[in-house]
Design a protein around this ligand. Structure first.
Ligand code: ZN
Ligand code: ZN
Length: 425
C-alpha cells in the first residue's frame, strides 16, 4: 500500500530547504540585532486558548482549526497562529517580572484547515515577533524598521510599508458608531459579507476585497480622522520616528485588522511587484490581550509573516544561499584509496571542512559526475598511484584546473585555496 502525504501539506526537500534556512538565518540575525530572543512554543495548546484569543465568531475558530480530543479527554488544537501561545507563555512564566519590555520571536509551523490552493497550505510556516510591556511608540517604529531591514537583507525591492492607526478603547467605539451610521446608507449596495460585518465588525467593511465595496469604502469615515488627542499624538510620533530613520512608508486609511483587541498602530507590508498588491506581512499593536487572559496590563506590538509567500517573492537567482555545498568531494579509486579516503574525510571534517565522498566505487568519470552534482568547490582524487607517490590530485571545480598536493601538506593547502580569492590567470 502506497501512503502519500495529507492533502494540503508538503515536504520541503533538500534543494528547496536551503532557501528556507537562508531566510531563517537572516531573520535570526536581524532580530537579534534588535534585541529579540527566540521563544520556542508548543505546537498544540488547549483549544480554549485560541477560541478565546482569536474569537469564537471567526473563520479560523469556526471552520479552520485542527481540534481533537486527546486520550485524557482534553480538547486540543494544533496552533493556527503564534500570538496566543506567546501571550499564554508570558503570563504562565510571569515574564513581566521584573518589569521590562519582553521581546521575543518565534518561527515554525501553524495549522489551518483551509481549502488547498496555490501557495496555501494546511501546515504552513510563520515567523513572528512580539514586543510586550510598553505602549511607547518607539517600539512600534522599531519593529517596523526591523521588518523593513529584514526585507532589505532578503533583497526584496518592490515592497511598501503601509500604516494606519485604529484608535483606542476611548475613541474607537465612537468612531465605530460614526462608521455604522455611514455604512447604513449603503447596505443594499454592499456584499453579503459586509452586511454581516456591519453588525459584528463594521471596520472590516473598509478592507473588503469586492471591487464595488472598495469604491464605497473609499468615501466612508476613516479611523485616522476620528482619533482622540492621545492617539493622534501617538500616531504622529510613530511617523516622526519612521521619518528619522528614513524608513519609507505610506499612510493607508483603509487598513484595519479583524480582531477587536488591536489598537493604535497597525501595518502591512505589501509586495508591489508584478502590479498586484499582495500583503506579505501584517501586524500592529494589541494592548488588551494579555489582560483578557488575566495577566497584568501589558501593551504589545507584533507581527507575523507567512514563509511560503515570503519565499515566493524573494529573488533567489544569483544568490549564494546554499550552505550545504561541500568544500571538497573525495573521489577514490581502488580499495586502499577507499579506506584512505574514509579516514581523510573524518580528519577534514574535524578540521572544519565540509566533505562529501563517493560510496559506490564507480569509474573516475562517474565519480567526477557525482562531485559535480554535489556542487563541491574542489574534488580530491585519491588513487593507487597517488598513494604510492604520497600526493593527492586536487581539482578546482570552478576553474577546471588541477594541482598535485603532497599528502602531508594537504590540509593547509586546501585551507589556503578556499580562502584565497581566485585569480583569473
Ligand atoms: Zn484614542
Ligand atoms: Zn464587501
Amino acid at each position: 500500500m502506497k501512503i502519500q502525504s495529507i492533502r494540503g501539506v508538503k515536504d520541503i526537500l533538500p534543494g528547496e530547504i536551503e532557501k528556507w534556512q537562508w531566510v531563517e538565518k537572516i531573520a535570526r540575525n536581524v532580530f537579534h540585532k534588535y534585541g529579540f530572543k527566540e521563544i520556542r512554543l508548543p505546537i498544540f495548546e488547549k483549544t480554549q486558548l485560541f477560541s478565546r484569543s482569536i474569537g469564537e465568531a471567526t473563520d479560523i475558530v469556526e471552520k479552520e482549526m485542527y481540534t481533537f480530543t486527546d486520550r485524557s479527554g482534553e480538547q486540543i488544537t494544533l496552533r493556527p497562529e503564534g500570538t496566543a501561545s506567546v501571550v499564554r507563555a508570558y503570563i504562565e512564566h510571569k515574564m513581566y517580572n521584573p518589569p521590562s519590555v519582553v521581546k521575543v520571536y518565534y518561527l515554525g509551523p501553524m495549522f489551518r484547515y483551509e481549502r488547498p490552493q496555490a501557495g496555501r497550505f494546511r501546515q504552513f510556516y510563520q515567523i513572528g515577533i512580539e514586543a510586550m510591556g510598553t505602549d511607547n511608540p518607539v517600539i512600534d517604529a522599531e519593529v517596523m524598521t526591523l521588518l523593513v531591514e529584514f526585507f532589505r537583507q532578503l533583497g526584496l525591492k518592490d515592497v511598501e510599508l503601509q500604516i494606519n492607526s485604529l484608535g483606542c478603547v476611548d475613541c474607537r467605539p465612537k468612531y465605530r458608531e460614526v462608521l455604522k451610521t455611514a455604512i447604513q446608507g449603503h447596505l443594499d449596495e454592499l456584499c453579503e459579507n459586509c452586511n454581516q460585518r456591519y453588525e459584528r465588525n463594521p471596520l472590516r467593511v473598509l478592507d473588503c476585497k469586492v471591487e464595488r465595496d472598495r469604491q464605497i469604502a473609499k468615501d466612508l469615515p476613516k479611523t485616522c480622522d476620528h482619533l482622540c488627542e492621545t492617539c493622534k499624538t501617538n500616531f504622529t510620533q510613530v511617523q516622526t520616528l519612521l521619518d528619522s530613520t528614513e524608513t519609507p512608508y505610506s499612510l493607508s486609511p483603509l487598513l484595519v485588522r479583524g480582531l477587536d483587541y488591536y489598537s493604535r498602530t497597525t501595518f502591512e507590508v505589501v509586495s508591489t511587484g508584478l502590479g498586484a498588491q499582495n500583503a506579505i506581512c501584517g501586524g500592529g499593536r494589541y494592548d488588551s490581550l494579555v489582560e483578557e487572559f488575566e495577566g497584568p496590563s501589558t501593551p504589545c506590538f507584533g507581527f507575523a509573516l507567512g514563509m511560503e509567500r515570503l519565499i515566493s517573492v524573494i529573488p533567489f537567482e544569483g544568490k549564494n544561499y546554499s550552505e550545504s555545498r561541500p568544500d571538497i568531494f573525495i573521489v577514490s579509486l581502488g580499495d586502499e584509496a577507499k579506506s584512505r579516503s574514509f579516514k581523510l574525510a573524518h580528519q577534514l571534517r574535524k578540521e572544519g571542512f565540509t566533505v562529501d565522498q563517493d560510496y559506490d566505487g564507480g569509474s573516475m568519470k562517474s565519480q567526477m559526475r557525482k562531485a559535480n552534482k554535489s556542487l563541491s568547490r574542489f574534488a580530491l582524487i585519491v588513487g593507487e598511484n597517488e598513494i604510492a607517490a604520497g600526493i593527492y590530485l586536487m581539482k578546482d571545480m570552478e576553474a577546471g584546473s588541477q594541482e598535485e598536493v603532497p599528502a602531508e601538506n594537504f590540509i593547509p593547502t586546501l585551507k589556503d585555496r578556499l580562502t584565497t580569492p581566485k585569480n583569473n590567470t
